[in-house]
Design a protein around this ligand. Structure first.
Ligand code: SF4
Length: 215
C-alpha cells in the first residue's frame, strides 16, 4: 500500500506540532460544534477559527441558544472569522433547520447534512468524521486535493472525485487522520503556491505532479 509509508512519515513529522488543526478532533467531539466551527473556518485561518469558535460557544453552543442571539450579537461574536455577516446568516439558518426539522440534533447522514443550505460536502464530511467519529468518508479540502495530486496518488479535478479515489488508495484505518495530516502539511510545507520541497519529509514518495515552482 503506497499510502502507508507517507502517512507514517507525516505522523512522525507532526508529533511535535502544537497546531489547532491537530487539536480539532479533541476540541470538538460534538456534531453541532464541529459543524459550526467548520462553517466559521471557511476562508479564514485555523487560529482565527479556534478563537472565534471558543468565544461563540461560551455564549451559545446549541441551536436553541444560537437562535436566541440577535443577528447583531452573533455578528459581533464571530466578527474575527471574516465574512461575518454571511456566516452569521448561514449559522442562524442551519441552527433553525436543525432545531425545527431534526429536533435539535445534527443529522449524521451526509445527504441530509448537504440538503441544508450553506452546508457543502466538505463541511458535511468534516462533521461526520470529526463530530460523529464516523470515518466512512474522507473530507477533501484544497490541501488534501493538492497534495494527493502532487504525490501522484490521484489525477483528479474535483474534491468529490479525489475523495472517491483516495478511498481506494488509503486504508480505512487512516481515513480519520488523512485530512488532518494533509491540511497541516499543506499549511506548513506543501504550500499551495510554492511548496517547500527542499525540506519535505515525504519527497522520495512524491512525483511532484504539476509543481512548477518550489523552495
Ligand atoms: S515533494 Fe514537494 S510537492 Fe511533493 S509533497 Fe513534498 S513539498 Fe509537496
Amino acid at each position: 500500500m503506497k499510502a502507508i509509508p507517507v502517512i507514517e512519515k507525516l505522523e512522525e513529522w507532526s508529533r511535535d506540532y502544537e497546531h489547532p488543526t491537530l487539536r480539532r478532533s479533541s476540541l470538538e467531539k460534538d456534531p453541532f460544534k464541529t459543524l459550526i466551527s467548520c462553517l466559521l473556518s471557511l476562508r479564514t485561518q485555523d487560529r482565527n477559527t479556534e478563537k472565534t469558535s471558543r468565544a461563540l460557544f461560551e455564549v451559545a453552543d446549541t441551536p436553541e441558544k444560537i437562535l436566541e442571539l440577535s443577528q447583531e450579537k452573533l455578528e459581533r461574536l464571530i466578527f474575527s472569522s471574516g465574512y461575518y455577516k454571511n456566516k452569521a446568516k448561514t449559522i442562524k439558518h442551519v441552527s433553525r433547520v436543525i432545531l425545527e426539522e431534526y429536533n435539535g440534533k445534527v443529522p449524521s447522514d451526509l445527504d441530509e447534512l448537504m440538503s441544508i443550505r450553506g452546508i457543502g460536502r466538505k463541511t458535511a464530511t468534516i462533521t461526520r468524521v470529526f463530530g460523529f467519529g464516523i470515518a466512512d468518508c474522507i473530507p477533501v479540502d484544497v490541501h488534501v486535493f493538492i497534495i494527493s495530486n502532487r504525490l501522484g496518488w490521484v489525477k483528479t479535478k474535483t474534491p468529490e472525485k479525489t475523495e472517491e479515489e483516495l478511498m481506494k488508495i488509503v486504508p480505512k484505518e487512516y481515513w480519520f487522520e488523512i485530512n488532518t495530516l494533509f491540511v497541516l502539511y499543506g499549511k506548513e510545507i506543501c504550500q499551495t503556491q510554492s511548496p517547500f520541497c527542499s525540506k519535505c519529509v515525504i519527497r522520495k514518495y512524491c512525483k511532484r505532479v504539476g509543481v512548477v515552482r518550489s523552495r
